[in-house]
Design a protein around this ligand. Structure first.
Ligand SMILES: C[S@@+](CC[C@H](N)C(=O)[O-])C[C@H]1O[C@@H](n2cnc3c(N)ncnc32)[C@H](O)[C@@H]1O
Length: 336
């Protein structure tokens, strides 16, 4: 008898019926001269023990009946048949496989040849902006789990709570920030991106999932040259764009130019770590990663922000320093 059938049987039996069923089975087997319970009895025994249904059953005469003392051979379940041991074994196998997979990749990365010394300098990194047109269709599905595991939703929320007034978001991608703009604080939202395919996803998302009261406009436009006059916006936002700009300094300068004096430039980015062993891994894998994902994940984001002349007001680092939360202002705002 299959275990699922036994389960069903058990679920419909009272304790007394179950005790009787077990005794009857044993008697039948003893008559046949069987010395060992067959598999189905063993499984039934196992399930009954597991559910603890027959701990104090009653027989026909009303006496207490303990099936464990009923006649029949004692069952010694093998180690691997016990459910808790099966769970333990499956868990152990899972840990072993994850550890082997991780070890293989660590070995692969650290045994890779040394990259050129200027590998983290954007001036020496090939532009990969066109990659986003290719990956736009699957972009959200591809990064959704990573973002979830890294808790990036709360990081987006934390930086975007500073957004207010008229807001420009450059490299808006597929619109992953829509949900975090507060209609009570944001009067107007302008989203730009160089990739029309990425913006198409953003537009579709805006129409279906994130209809807000905030008037929103989308433009295909490079962050390196923004089509607005100086000081046009109260807040300028970029999340995970600096890694992919062909000229991040030009883009940051443009963001500062279109931001009002005293306005905020909000950046949530990823790049170099605080730890050299992580930077070594980022450098060795940077070219392959950029070719697949369009982003150079080994850039010194804070250094670039300072080099572009922005005043950094607040910084936080997460994930061994590879995720940057930066609140900045256009250069000279503090003294303005
Ligand atoms: C890693 S994605 C980030 C998307 C989005 N900001 C987010 O947080 O999910 C980088 C985006 O930057 C855009 N991008 C790359 N170079 C750009 C440029 N020069 N100007 C504007 N957008 C650019 C890409 O098309 C892509 O949508």
């Amino acid at each position: 008898m299959q275990v699922s059938l036994l389960m069903r049987e058990i679920n419909h039996m009272s304790s007394l019926e179950m005790s009787k069923a077990i005794s009857a089975r044993r008697t039948r087997q003893e008559r046949r001269g069987a010395h060992k319970l067959d598999n189905s009895d063993e499984a039934l025994e196992q399930l009954v023990t597991h559910f603890g249904k027959v701990s104090a059953a009653t027989n026909d005469t009303g006496e207490e009946f303990d099936h464990t003392s009923a006649p029949g051979p004692k069952v010694n379940m093998s180690w691997w048949r016990q459910p808790k041991n099966q769970i333990l074994a499956a868990g152990g196998l899972g840990v072993y496989m994850v550890a082997s997979y991780a070890s293989f990749h660590v070995y692969r990365i650290y045994s890779a040849p040394e990259p050129p010394p200027n590998i983290s300098n954007p001036a020496f990194q090939a532009a990969q902006e066109q990659v986003y047109d290719r990956i736009a269709k699957d972009y959200d599905d591809s990064i959704g789990l990573d973002e979830f595991l890294m808790g990036l939703g709360s990081k987006r929320q934390a930086i975007l709570k500073h957004a207010q007034g008229s807001v420009l978001e450059v490299s808006g991608g597929t619109g992953r920030n829509f949900a975090f703009y507060k209609p009570s604080k944001v009067s107007q939202l302008v989203i730009t991106d160089k990739s029309a395919q990425m913006l198409q996803r953003a537009w579709a998302k805006h129409k279906t999932q994130h209809q807000t009261q905030v008037p929103t406009t989308l433009y295909v436009m490079s962050a390196n040259k923004l089509d607005w006059p100086a000081e046009a916006f109260d807040t300028v936002v970029d999340t995970f764009g600096i890694c992919s700009f062909s000229d991040p300094i030009a883009a940051l300068k443009e963001m500062a130019r279109v931001c009002k004096p005293g306005g905020k430039i909000l950046l949530l980015e990823h790049g170099r770590s605080d730890y050299e062993w992580i930077n070594s891994a980022l450098d060795k894998t940077a070219t392959a990663h950029a070719e697949s994902w369009g982003c150079w994940w080994n850039r010194d984001v804070l250094g670039l922000v300072r080099e572009a002349g922005l005043d950094v007001v607040e910084t936080k680092r997460y994930h061994f320093g590879t995720t940057y939360h930066i609140v900045a202002q256009p250069g000279g705002s503090k003294s303005a």
